[in-house]
Ligand binder design. Structure first.
Ligand code: HEM
Ligand code: HEM
Length: 170
């Protein structure tokens, strides 16, 4: 059983689980195609942008050295590092590409009721490659997070190395 020093800090843990809920919420509220312009999914925008807001303090905490050492070695350590890195990349890239896609469609983006500026100019044609990337990456993050959760459960119940406790408050 790991001791407390092997856990993530309480703020990292709260942000981790809140982010997981927000990503799930953003996925369930996502819409594609023409519906977006007629009836913008404001909840999708706010949930997705909240992911972006939360990733900033999370990265600061991480760089500030609040990550507990893991006693994984070899390919498991490398796979965990690559998987977590990819998840972080998606947590930043997804909201930005979504914001970009909405801007290209001329759909106003708001965060909790506050209107934000467009980050690209409106086009009459289809919103393009970045919008498609956003749609596919939006589902890819869910698959990757599912694998990540399976790995966490495998660590916990097969390797019995207390991995889940590292991301638990108690
Ligand atoms: C959308 C959902 C999720 C995302 C985006 C996500 C993202 C991440 C990221 C980026 C890390 C690395 C943290 C760091 O070292 O800075 C992490 C760690 C962790 N996650 Fe998730 N996660 C999600 C869902 C889950 C679920 C459902 C579980 C459990 C069933 C879980 C369990 C863990 C555990 C135990 C760790 C600590 C791993 C370790 O360092 O040993 N996560 N998560
Ligand atoms: C973690 C955050 C996010 C996830 C997981 C996510 C996921 C998705 C998914 C799966 C789709 C495709 C829906 C479909 O085709 O039925 C989509 C579409 C879309 N999302 Fe997001 N999204 C996120 C954040 C955002 C943000 C922050 C914005 C805007 C500020 C946004 C704007 C859009 C737009 C405009 C589309 C339609 C693109 C098109 O039809 O070409 N998304 N999103």
């Amino acid at each position: 059983m790991p001791d407390k020093s092997h856990r993530y800090s309480a703020s990292m843990i709260v942000i981790h689980w809140l982010t997981a809920l927000l990503v799930l919420g953003a996925w369930f509220t996502a819409e594609g195609g023409r519906k977006i312009a007629e009836n913008p999914p404001l909840l999708h925008f706010s949930l997705g942008l909240a992911v972006l807001v939360l990733v900033l303090p999370r990265l600061v905490l991480r760089v500030a050295g609040r990550t507990p050492e893991a006693d994984r070695q070899g390919w498991l350590a490398a796979a965990a590092k690559a998987g977590h890195g990819l998840l972080y990349l998606l947590l930043i890239g997804l909201p930005i590409t979504g914001w970009y896609a909405a801007s290209r469609m001329g759909v106003p983006v708001s965060f909790l009721g506050v209107e934000l500026p467009a980050i690209a100019s409106k086009v009459q044609s289809r919103p393009g490659l970045i919008a498609e990337l956003h749609e596919n990456a939006g589902t890819f993050i869910l698959i990757l997070a599912g694998l990540h959760a399976l790995m966490a459960v495998w660590h916990q119940f097969v390797l019995r190395d207390g991995t889940l406790q590292r991301m638990s408050l108690r």
